[in-house]
Design a protein around this ligand. Sequence first.
Ligand SMILES: [Mg+2]
Ligand SMILES: [Zn+2]
Length: 237
Amino acid sequence: MFLISHDSYPSVQWHILCDFDGTISLKDTTDHLLEKFALAGWQEIEQEWEQGKIGSKACMQRQIALLDMTETELQQCLDQIEIDSGFIDLVKLSNEHNIPLTIVSDGLDIVIKYILKKYDLAHLPIIANHLVQVDERHWQLEFPNSNPNCLSQSGTCKCMIAEQHYQEQTILIGDGRSDFCLAETADYVFAKKSLIQHCLKKKITHVSFDTFAEIQKPLTKILRSQYRPDDSTMVTA
Ligand SMILES: [Mg+2]
Ligand SMILES: [Zn+2]
């Protein structure tokens, strides 16, 4: 191995894939909208998903059809949602290192875009389910990124997205069930909440975190490094 100065362009092409709900946003936005605007029945559908009877795709498709809200009501509700402000620094860091950052979410695309816009982050690429307004108070969900072979029957198959980036070294930042499959193939995993338990159970090397501020340092180390994850020891927080 030879030495390369830190500011030279990395020979490893990294790509950050970052979850949205519960990771960037402090609250799960889909749950928040359902609690506020869904007609009766959405909790029973949620239970079917929790018990593993249906995948998240079927779950959300049925739940979104129960939403009863205008676009203005939706926007007013989203105005109350905050993000982890450390995410803004993460975007800066990825820019400085020329590392693409994509938001990969099993949530709602226009919701994510609306929230990011408040923080001047609407330029970030978003891969998510597509929320469509059908009439003044009704909505439906479309799945441009689903995969019939998806093990977790998600709306957005994150493993398929990871496969499309196979030639890059991927860094996953996530918090929950929609990140489980991606955690198996990502080169680095930053995990919070139930994703930590999943990584421990599956013996997936990861760095646990609560807020983005905590991963700024370990991530900087990774992005500056020339080594590939498999021939190095894990960078710790
Ligand atoms: Mg999440
Ligand atoms: Zn999948």
